[in-house]
Design a protein around this ligand. Structure first.
Ligand code: TYM
Length: 333
């Protein structure tokens, strides 16, 4: 079977970008024949960006509830919390020792932090932790631990998957063919969902639309999407339109075509937003009730995660044993 793996960092409330870019395609993929899926909550990654324990806890529950509400079948999929698998940081160290520092210097997240410092006239590494610098190695450990071949992600993560391939190749070159090279799977239609301001929807930009906000809140958020000043009756461009991109991510090709036509014939922005709200809500509403139930019963979520951790460790423990032997850490007898 093909192994599929993906994770979400537990630093915020799950948003439409996470759903469309990761959760929905991953659940879809897990239902295909001859696949074996590993989906997890990247809470070690959360520590890189967030030093508020309560926020990480809350986000872990929210994101887990979100996967379950969206229809994840925990019998079929191995669903776990990264920090329940001590073999992951252990593998991370083995990989750290075969990873070129120069490659990490080129990682987008690290370079973005440096660019910000440069623009502000600060020292390049001001406020940059070693954790941020090492981010791609921890992510490689996540992926390589479970020999995942396919990693469904949004476009912003492609570089990390390429680095995981490089790191696997370095390890294999030194110690034998133990690690499987992964590839990113990106749905081009939804590769980067825009947020309220038209930039990539992202926790860091504060422009997200929460996935399971109450219906009225979802409507209000959608009404707040920034638009240009074209009046009703004036033709609107579908290109660079956040409303159009969001609609397309939730609609069939036929619905999308009809929506494009309405743009050409000058639909009022308010009407376009209302249609967008209805389309998104139609898909989300059935999951919302289940989400709210799980948020009120964290013990159900925790039980699912404990069972998932046991399943994940049944793979990780023997594999880590093999890798320890491969690099010379085995016991001497
Ligand atoms: P994170 O938590 O930033 O995002 C989780 C997933 O959601 C996708 N995504 C988007 N897709 C489309 N449009 C958007 N606006 C949008 N915003 C987010 C991301 O591409 C991602 O697929 N480092 C990862 C988590 C991680 C991971 C892994 C992923 C840790 N280890 C191993 C895959 C494999 C991250 O921070 O994603």
């Amino acid at each position: 079977p093909t192994r599929i793996l993906t994770g979400i960092t537990t630093t915020g409330t799950p948003h439409l970008g996470n759903y469309v870019g990761a959760i929905r395609p991953a659940i879809h993929a897990s239902r295909q024949a001859d696949t074996q899926s590993f989906y997890f909550l990247a809470d070690y990654h959360a520590l890189i960006k967030c030093d508020e324990p309560a926020r990480i806890q809350r986000s872990t529950l929210e994101i887990a509830a979100c996967w379950l509400a969206a229809g994840l079948d925990t019998e079929q999929v191995t669903f776990y919390r990264q920090s329940d698998i001590p073999e992951i940081p252990e593998l991370c160290w083995l990989l750290t020792c075969v990873t070129g520092k120069g490659m990490l210097n080129r990682a987008h997240a690290y370079k973005a932090a440096q660019d910000q410092n440069e623009a502000a006239g600060r020292e390049l590494d001001d406020g940059v932790t070693a954790g941020l610098f090492m981010y791609p190695v921890l992510m490689a450990a996540d992926i390589l631990m479970f020999s995942a071949r396919k990693v469904p992600v949004g476009r912003d993560q492609i570089q990390h998957i390429e680095m995981a391939r490089d790191i696997a190749a370095s390890f294999n070159h030194l110690y034998g063919e133990h690690l499987t090279a992964p590839e990113a799977v990106v749905d081009e239609h939804v590769a980067l969902l825009p947020g309220l301001d038209g930039r990539k929807m992202s926790k860091s930009y504060n422009n997200t639309i929460p996935l399971f906000a109450p219906q009225e809140e979802l409507r209000k958020a959608i009404m707040g999407i920034v638009t240009d000043s074209r009046a009703p009756g004036q033709a609107k461009s579908t290109e660079d339109s956040a409303i159009f991109a969001l609609y397309r991510a939730f609609a069939t090709p036929a619905e999308t075509k009809a929506f494009a036509k309405a743009f050409a014939s000058g639909i009022a922005w308010g009407d376009a937003k209302q249609q967008l709200f209805e389309r998104i809500n139609a898909e989300i509403a059935p999951m919302r009730a289940r989400y709210q139930h799980l948020m009120a019963h964290p013990e159900e979520v925790e039980a699912a995660l404990q069972a998932g951790a046991a399943k994940a460790r049944a793979q990780a423990t023997p594999f880590m044993h093999t890798l320890r032997r491969a690099v010379g850490l085995a016991s001497l007898d």
